[in-house]
Design a protein around this ligand. Structure first.
Ligand code: ATP
Ligand code: MG
Length: 422
């Protein structure tokens, strides 16, 4: 058996852990310009709404960086993990105090003390200044008191910015989490946002159906925000960027970028993950082509196989059948032939809706069908669950030209070349 070739020590030009910047980041000039403008405009309220893994947080970070580089003040608080409104207040306090002058911490503490809010002050290892947070006891207070604490923190930041005649740009990432605390919290936040003249707000979120509901008529955020759509990066740009990054580390791509986009779909992280795996696998070979990208795609499925298998085992039979049909059928879920082949029942619509609500499926961009949220899960279903029905196809199988991947504004591939090594 030939020995494994030694790695070249080639640095991978793609990153997928956390957010990205510098050479690992591409495109998004328009979105950054718009966010930067909003962050510098007192009273602005911008909503950046985009699907998961499209690069929102990285883009927001680059915008905050640009504001700071130009001498302005902006910061970002990640609200995704907050369990209470007080947690949100603390996230915002920490983020804000990292970007303003040191005197703010003392002024904040004095003002919050006047409001009889108990605080904890600790040195902040990131900024070297002081970190101020609301006491744990406030977390146990009733919902109204907690919401009031969040409102008071924002009010105070507005007041302090006003006293210093400056605009503080606040980015609230995954802001839709406020909905967890009920509509009352949403209305309270609306009131706060509306009266602030020295803060600007850029809120971002990926839970699109929830965000749409929160902005619906009769709901708190109705017509409050200007919307900055956050779609996929243009496929041609993405493909060319991937090829250029590969070339920069001495690899000769042969349509590798285009193949990554066709296989991984619309989400930037999925595409970059595939490209990264392709480079890892290339080791000391000088070229990377479509076949190598397909092999990388399969390797990712297998890497995720344990967790995908566990998730699959927890699904109902009806859900499994729907997912097999979405992955394998060349006609829609309501077509008789599909229903027979995949054992779909009358309750299919409810099953599909539940899978959409859980983020496993989504509507296709042309709206007539459904597609997997995650291209690698889809590949796993093709490879490992379609054979239950006697359907054996490679992981790269695309059943229908209207189904999904590669269908980003251009004509989707009808059927990708079969790779029988799977
Ligand atoms: N503009 C970009 N250029 C290159 N790669 C990007 C870009 N945006 C995102 N990525 C890739 O996607 C990954 C995730 O980015 P990021 O966390 O910013 O996305 P997100 O939309 O905030 O994701 P989530 O929905 O999980 O919060 C990055 O680590 C990187 O691999
Ligand atoms: Mg994010």
């Amino acid at each position: 058996m030939p020995g494994k070739r030694p790695p070249t020590g080639r640095e991978n030009p793609f990153r997928i852990s956390g957010t990205v910047g510098g050479p690992y980041f591409t495109d998004r000039e328009d979105e950054i310009t718009r966010i930067v403008r909003a962050l510098g405009e007192p009273g602005a309220k911008l909503l950046v709404a985009g699907a998961r893994r499209t690069g929102k947080t990285s883009t927001l970070e680059r915008a905050v960086e640009a504001v700071t580089a130009a001498g302005g003040a902006a910061c970002m608080a990640d609200l995704s993990t907050a369990s209470t409104p007080v947690d949100m207040a603390n996230r915002i306090l920490t983020a804000a105090l990292r970007v303003v002058k040191r005197g703010w911490a003392t002024a904040l503490v004095d003002r919050l003390a006047l409001l009889k809010m108990s605080l904890t002050m600790k040195p902040d290892p990131v900024s070297g200044g002081m970190a101020v947070s609301l006491d744990m006891s406030v977390r146990d207070a009733d919902a109204k008191t907690q919401e009031a604490s969040l409102a008071q923190v924002l009010d105070l930041l507005d007041e302090l910015a006003g006293k210093r005649k400056m605009t503080l740009g606040l980015v609230l990432d995954e802001f839709q989490e406020i909905a967890r605390f009920g509509e009352h919290a949403e209305w309270r936040l609306r009131g706060v946002l509306q009266r602030h003249q020295h803060l600007s707000y850029v809120v971002a979120g990926s839970h699109l159906s929830l965000i749409d509901a929160m902005q619906g008529k009769g709901r708190a955020f109705y017509k409050l925000f200007e919307r900055c759509p956050f779609g996929p990066i243009a496929p041609d740009h993405m493909a060319a960027w991937i090829d250029a990054r590969m070339r920069a580390v001495g690899l000769a791509p042969q349509d590798a970028g285009a193949r990554c986009v066709a296989m991984a779909g619309a989400r930037t992280r999925d595409i970059v993950r595939l490209a990264r795996k392709g480079v890892d696998r290339a080791e000391d070979t000088p070229r990377i082509d479509g076949t190598a990208v397909d092999a990388a795609f399969r390797e990712i499925l297998e890497e995720d196989a344990d967790s995908t298998q566990r998730w699959w085992s927890g699904l109902t039979v009806a859900q499994q059948n729907v997912l097999r049909a979405v992955a394998g059928a060349s006609t829609g879920l309501t077509a008789r032939v599909t229903q027979q082949q995949y054992g779909l029942r009358a309750s299919t619509t409810t099953t599909v809706q539940a899978l959409v609500a859980e983020g496993v499926l989504q509507k296709t961009s042309h709206g007539s069908g459904y597609m997997f949220d995650d291209p690698f899960v889809r590949g796993w279903v093709v490879l490992h669950a379609l054979p239950d029905l006697g359907i054996v196809e490679p992981a790269t199988f695309i059943a229908s030209p209207t189904s999904e991947y590669g269908a980003l504004g251009s004509a989707p591939p009808k059927r990708l070349p079969l790779d029988r090594s799977t």
